[in-house]
Design a protein around this ligand. Structure first.
Ligand SMILES: *[C@@H]1O[C@H](CO)[C@@H](O)[C@H](O)[C@H]1NC(C)=O
Ligand SMILES: *[C@@H]1O[C@H](CO)[C@@H](O)[C@H](O)[C@H]1NC(C)=O
Ligand SMILES: *[C@@H]1O[C@H](CO)[C@@H](O)[C@H](O)[C@H]1NC(C)=O
Length: 391
């Protein structure tokens, strides 16, 4: 055989082999990194070691947490990675240590700076019971209270079939994770747990949350500054404080909240239904293009609420009005039962009154009889048949 030909073939074979190696996805099972999965041993070193390999390996890579119960201290899984990553935790339960003193930062599982992360399955148990009862650590604020899953700057994130329970603080906190999708989530903490918001969103453009079930001691979903273009569909909420935009206006230069669409949701036994809250005597801010449609209320207190005098624990000067401007807000086809006599309450700012608020086809009853409505500094456009009649 011709020598040149052999050489060409050898180079070609090496090239093909290199391609095969490149395309061979890395799959790392945390058990191969020493995870015990006995629910007692700290398995965080194994998770971190698996992450390092998966994140640095040729894409697409996946980290597998096989069925079992694992205990993990606080961990940070940081990118950027070489490509898309999947975390598969189907059938697995991760438990946080119950003691707050074991945390020095405000996150339990913190994932950041990854493009195209997909997380499937798993139960994340924050074991927050002691923390809500108030520990010494909590009173002195000597140690911060961790959120179960802090998900920052994860563009194109997909989370599905995942469960978060009994977080010490918020369950999921998303920030800067644009173009993301959350499906089939279950989030659960008792109604009397403290600060356990289901999903807190801030500074994020593009997020869909569908087919999920949230029950907590605080807001089911809260939309902080810079929440933009968010679609929520078929999510049930309760117990908890409902779906809340804000509170806003407490700090200078907050980014607008705009383009929130909440549809086909059910709200049961909550202290509020759908609400927008801003502080009185506030900094200027913008809330616009907010639409609530086809919502079923089962005994929610304050089912429809704009509260621009939000002032819990009397921690503010109520005299001066809010400077957060609300424009293009609609409440359509909101039906069911209210647990308070005033079912629709639109309290807008005297300084920057709400503009273009629409109320359409609301049907809310209180104790089998009529509920009432209240408005100030708002002249809602009222469409269709409304019970109670709106202002
Ligand atoms: C989110 O939902 C909207 C409206 O249904 C849709 O247009 C958009 O493509 C969805 N985005 C993602 C990331 O799923
Ligand atoms: C959404 O709600 C409307 C009104 O209740 C109903 O007609 C429609 O079937 C619902 N859609 C889904 C997908 O649940
Ligand atoms: C409110 O909606 C109208 C009509 O859709 C639009 O022209 C206007 O720019 C919107 N205003 C704000 C502040 O988003």
């Amino acid at each position: 055989m011709d020598k040149d030909y052999i050489q060409i073939m050898a180079v070609y074979c090496m090239f093909v082999m290199a391609l095969i190696v490149r395309n061979h996805a890395v799959v790392v099972d945390i058990k191969t990194k020493g995870a015990k999965g006995d629910g007692i041993t700290d398995d965080s070193p194994a998770i971190l070691s698996a992450w390092k390999e998966v994140c640095g390996g040729p894409p697409p890579s996946s980290l597998v947490i096989p069925p079992g119960t694992y205990m993990s201290l606080a961990i940070m899984l940081a990118g950027p990675c070489k490509g898309p990553i999947e975390i598969n935790a189907k059938g697995a339960t991760l438990k946080a240590p119950p003691e707050l003193v074991k945390f020095s930062k405000d996150s339990w599982i913190y994932i950041r700076n990854v493009d195209k992360l997909t997380m499937i399955g798993g139960t994340f148990d924050g074991q927050g019971q002691q923390t809500w009862m108030g520990t010494k650590c909590d009173e002195t604020m000597a140690c911060p209270v961790p959120v179960n899953l802090r998900l920052s700057n994860l563009k194109n994130l997909v989370l599905k079939d995942l469960t978060s329970i009994n977080s010490k603080n918020f369950h999921l906190a998303l920030r800067g994770s644009d173009n993301s999708r959350l499906e089939n989530l279950v989030i659960n903490a008792p109604g009397n747990s403290i600060n356990t918001d289901g999903i807190h969103i801030a500074k994020l453009n593009g997020l869909n949350i569908t087919n999920s079930k949230i029950g907590t001691g605080d807001d089911c979903i809260s939309f902080g500054e810079g929440s933009r273009n968010i679609h929520i569909e078929r999510v049930s909420c309760g117990p908890g404080h409902g779906f809340s935009i804000g509170s806003l206006g407490k700090f200078p230069n907050e980014e607008p909240v705009e383009g929130i669409f909440l549809k086909n949701c059910t709200i049961t036994g909550t202290t509020n239904g759908v609400r927008i809250k801003t502080w009185p005597n506030s900094y200027p801010g913008i809330v616009r293009d907010i639409h609530f449609e086809d919502i079923i209320m089962n005994g929610a207190q304050n089912p429809v609420l704009i509260d621009q005098e939000y002032c819990p624990n009397k921690a503010c000067k109520k005299g001066a009005p809010s400077k957060v401007k609300l424009t293009n807000v609609s409440f359509k086809r909101i039906r069911g039962t209210s647990a308070t006599k005033v079912a629709v309450k639109l309290v807008c700012s005297a300084q920057v009154p709400c503009e273009n608020v629409e109320v359409a086809d609301i049907h809310l009853t209180f104790n089998g009889g009529p509920a009432t409505s209240e408005c100030s500094n708002a002249k809602p456009k009222v469409v269709g048949q409304n019970v109670p009649g709106v202002c």
